[in-house]
Write a protein that binds this ligand. Structure first.
Ligand code: ZN
Length: 178
């Protein structure tokens, strides 16, 4: 659904883009009704900077919001470096998935990453539930991923091929990245 702007991979780049080329974030059409007439509607903020603190931090990170002139609902697009509807960023989730895919138990993965076991389980189930759909769209773009079933070997190959954020950037062109 083109919710993700794949070309923007760092918070610094995002903040520069907001001031210099803000139109990069204008959605091509309303994700709710499809109308192409959207006007700018301020910002909302995400505490997306998990690495820097104090003065150096980009938090709170502004995200441009748009309002549809038809249905009046709002929408926005995110840079690749900020994951939709997640507190953790893609890299943290990628690390967890790679550990699980290489055979770590939920318990071991939770202990190694210092993440709650429920979070680890939720991400495992998240991928499991969508695996076939994700695999279908990824294979249509990357035939080199092969035709093997979409179990752990497939996902290990995917994540060796590109980071999770980039996987989601590609999937976002075909479906709503959950
Ligand atoms: Zn609309």
């Amino acid at each position: 659904m083109q919710r993700i702007v794949s070309s923007i991979t760092t918070l610094e780049h995002h903040c520069n883009a907001l001031s210099q080329t803000p139109e990069v974030y204008r959605p091509p059409c309303c994700p709710h009704c499809g109308l192409k007439v959207l006007w700018r509607h301020g910002y909302y903020h995400r505490k997306a900077d998990r690495g820097r603190h104090g003065e150096a931090s980009f938090n709170p990170v502004p995200i441009s919001r748009y309002c549809c002139s038809g249905c009046r609902r709002t929408c926005s697009r995110l840079p690749l470096c900020i994951a939709p509807r997640r507190w953790y960023d893609w890299l943290v989730q990628q690390d967890v998935l790679q550990k699980l895919l290489s055979g770590f138990s939920l318990h071991a993965c939770s202990r190694c990453t210092c993440l709650d076991r429920r979070t680890v389980r939720r991400w495992r189930d998240w991928l499991h539930a969508r695996s076939a759909t994700f695999a279908f769209f990824l294979r249509s773009r990357f035939p080199e991923l092969g035709r093997s079933d979409e179990g752990p070997p497939f996902w290990r190959a995917v994540l060796d091929h590109m980071p999770l954020a980039e996987v989601m950037g590609w999937l976002d062109r075909d479906l709503i990245v959950p």
